[in-house]
Design a protein around this ligand. Structure first.
Ligand SMILES: [Zn+2]
Length: 259
């Protein structure tokens, strides 16, 4: 079918997956999988973590945030850190504890307000463009499950480039559509497809390609299972997820990109 790819501009795509009303197509040139048609509405969603009353979920969220901070510190020991789509700001709280100067951007005004009130953090309402940060200000920018929620990934990454210092890092995490499709966990697929703001569905190949196309040098491709930071998952589910990672179908893709 005729439709333009937001990464390589190729005008042809093929059907990839259809579930109910939701249709995904794949670019016949760069293989990027995307929702068809691409969503236009800005991303404002009820964050799962808002309902995270359970001890288990809170523990998982802290574990995830701690993982992100440890991961960033392997590349950037200190300095200014921006988390785009910071949500409840767990990552920023941990990053501040680790000595970073932190800033966040969050489109959901209520979530942003709560994070400011609870933690005294500097969090801007809106998207990265609304925040108008000065050029070359940040040592590191994190995009945790953000890049797949934009219909214009190259524009977003260009703005990340602008606000990063030369040599600064952008760390990205997205879900892997290839693994998601193979997972026998129908719920996970349904949840992901059911989110209308979810525009793009990356594979390790396309996640790397979009960072390179935006002008970054990809220093490391990382793969992991959500079981790595989900202490409350039942053992059988953990085992199933780990097996996927071992056979080369990791659920999550990490891209470590340098300006
Ligand atoms: Zn393409």
């Amino acid at each position: 079918m005729k439709t333009y790819c937001p990464v390589c501009s190729w005008g042809e795509a093929e059907p990839y997956l259809k579930k109910g009303e939701t249709e995904l197509v794949r670019c016949t040139q760069c293989t990027l999988v995307r929702r068809y048609p691409l969503p236009r509405a800005p991303r404002i969603e009820a964050l799962d973590s808002l309902n995270a009353d359970g001890e288990d979920e809170r523990a998982a969220e802290e574990l995830r945030a701690d993982f992100v901070v440890q991961n960033v510190r392997k590349f950037v020991p200190s300095g200014n850190w921006l988390d785009v789509g910071c949500g409840t700001a767990q990552r920023l709280v941990m990053a501040r504890k680790a000595g970073f100067s932190v800033r966040g951007v969050e489109q959901d005004e209520i979530v942003a307000h709560n994070a400011r009130k609870n933690f005294g953090l500097e969090i801007s309402d809106g998207d990265l463009f609304d925040a108008s940060f000065p050029p070359a200000f940040f040592n590191v920018v994190t995009l945790w499950h953000e890049l797949d929620h934009t219909s214009a990934p190259l524009d977003l990454l260009a703005e990340v480039q602008r606000v990063l210092k030369p040599g600064g890092y952008c760390l990205i995490e997205v879900q892997n559509i290839v693994a998601m499709r193979k997972l026998s966990d129908e719920n996970e697929l349904k949840q992901s497809l059911g989110d209308p703001t979810r525009a793009l569905y990356f594979s390790p190949v396309t996640a790397r390609a979009v960072a390179e196309k935006a002008g970054f040098a990809v220093q490391e491709m990382q793969t992991r299972s959500s079981a790595d930071y989900a202490p409350h998952l039942p053992a059988w589910k953990k085992a199933a997820k780990s097996v996927l990672s071992r056979v080369g179908l990791p659920e999550l893709i990490g891209v470590v990109a340098q300006k």
